[in-house]
Ligand binder design. Structure first.
Ligand SMILES: CC(C)(COP(=O)(O)OP(=O)(O)OC[C@H]1O[C@@H](n2cnc3c(N)ncnc32)[C@H](O)[C@@H]1OP(=O)(O)O)[C@@H](O)C(=O)NCCC(=O)NCCS
Length: 223
């Protein structure tokens, strides 16, 4: 489902189903064994997706464990991103020779709970969302903003290993071309020898879901 918003040099595996039986490596099972059923399900199915994607890259199956801040730890030479929400689980992967970082996010196309937009949106973003909701009411642009910011964080984190707050990036969403940008309001990471101050991504609304994806290419990739 997420493939249309990805470049050709990454691979994606996603599903609306659940794959649970015998799907985890023992070290993954150890991490999730005390979690509630919902968490076990999303963690497990996302790992099945991640291993499908590894296979597409020609890599052997491997355990995907969380790092200290929850980031997925990929096998050497691989980078990627995981997302799960009600009705969707997905993983997008690339090789480090072609991809510097990936951030994907999926959300239901539903309004954010009361108060969340005020908490995550800068004044300029809130004005944008108000206008977009008026002009294109079938899409929940408040949720899209959240989704875009989550994918910014997921692609930022492996580059710098640091927290990035919702107030640290100013997101602009193009409602017609299916793209968004995030201007970092803190010092951007160095990627391919250059400072990266704007992350750009693509979005898609399909089957009641909002999907966002940021793929930051490595210098060597043929685009
Ligand atoms: C970590 C976070 C982004 C996860 O997003 P979410 O919408 O809650 O959940 P999703 O299902 O989409 O994604 C969960 C996956 O994110 C990945 N993830 C978690 N922490 C991560 C990190 N620090 N870096 C990259 N990926 C991370 C994991 O793979 C996780 O799945 P898993 O635990 O099964 O491996 C979110 O909970 C969070 O902490 N956000 C605050 C930071 C932020 O978004 N800042 C905005 C900057 S503009």
């Amino acid at each position: 489902m997420i493939e249309p918003i990805l470049p050709p040099y990454v691979v994606a595996a996603d599903t609306c189903e659940e794959f649970l039986d015998g799907a985890l490596f023992p070290e993954e099972e150890a991490i999730i064994s005390r979690s509630v059923e919902k968490r076990r399900r999303e963690f497990t199915t996302a790992r099945v997706c991640a291993r499908d994607a590894l296979r597409m890259l020609g890599r052997p199956a491997a355990a995907i464990l969380p790092g200290v801040r929850g980031e997925p730890l990929w096998p050497d030479g691989v980078t990627g991103s995981i997302t799960h929400c009600a009705g969707y689980r997905g993983a997008v992967l690339g090789t480090r020779s072609e991809v510097a970082a990936i951030g994907i996010d999926a959300e239901q196309n539903e309004p954010l709970p009361n108060g969340v937009l005020a908490a995550i949106g800068l004044p300029q973003e809130r004005r944008l969302i108000r206008d977009l909701l008026r002009e294109h009411p079938s899409i929940r642009w408040d949720r899209m903003l959240f989704c875009a910011k989550e994918s910014v964080y997921k692609s930022w984190f492996p580059l710098v290993n640091r927290w990035l707050g919702f107030e640290d990036a100013l997101v602009d969403i193009d409602p017609l071309r299916g793209v968004f940008s995030a201007q970092l309001l803190v010092t951007g990471p160095r990627v391919n020898g250059q400072r990266l101050d704007v992350f750009t991504g693509r979005w898609l609304v399909k089957d009641g879901l909002i999907l966002t994806a940021i793929v930051i290419p490595a210098a060597t990739v043929k685009r």
